[in-house]
Design a protein around this ligand. Structure first.
Ligand code: THU
Length: 146
């Protein structure tokens, strides 16, 4: 059975909820090795929010990032046609910065346009915002294959 997902507008209240959902998701994180608990929430173009958290493994390189978990869940539940319009990332330590890692940027790009908004804790935990284009300029994309 599918989980229920919050549906929001793309306004400031919706973005606040997106950030809150990312912070909530961080509480489910399994990070016994790094102790860096990350949550992510992706906002789909129809307003649905899907969350994920990082899931580490004793064989470290098998660890899954929160953004990738959220995106895999969104595709699993709603199908390959999903489009992501915004992503929020949070960690359980509000003082630490947490921008999506390089692999997550590429994973987001698979399902988002360059204008996709990215929300993250910046220096000192202050709310940061940028676009996917800021994080992944000159990206390798499907157009690159043709
Ligand atoms: N992590 C994420 O979940 N997302 C990111 O974008 C950066 C890193 C996780 C991976 C690992 O479990 C922990 O944070 C420390 O790197």
């Amino acid at each position: 059975m599918n989980a229920t997902h919050e549906t929001v507008q793309r306004d400031e209240a919706g973005i606040r909820l997106l950030r809150e959902q990312a912070a909530q998701a961080a509480h489910h994180s399994y990070a016994p090795y790094s102790r860096y608990h990350v949550g992510a929430a992706v906002l789909l173009e129809d307003g649905r929010i899907v969350t994920g958290c990082n899931v580490e493994n004793v064989s470290y390189r098998l660890s899954v990032c929160a953004e990738q978990a959220a995106i895999a869940r969104a595709v699993s539940e709603f199908g390959a046609h999903i489009r992501i319009v915004a992503v929020a990332v949070a960690n359980s330590d509000s003082d630490l910065a947490c921008q999506p890692c390089g692999a997550c940027r590429q994973t987001i790009a698979e399902f988002a346009d360059a204008s996709c908004r990215i929300f993250y804790p910046s220096d000192g935990g202050k709310p940061g915002e940028c676009t996917l284009a800021d994080l992944l300029p000159a990206s390798f994309s499907q157009e690159s294959l043709h």
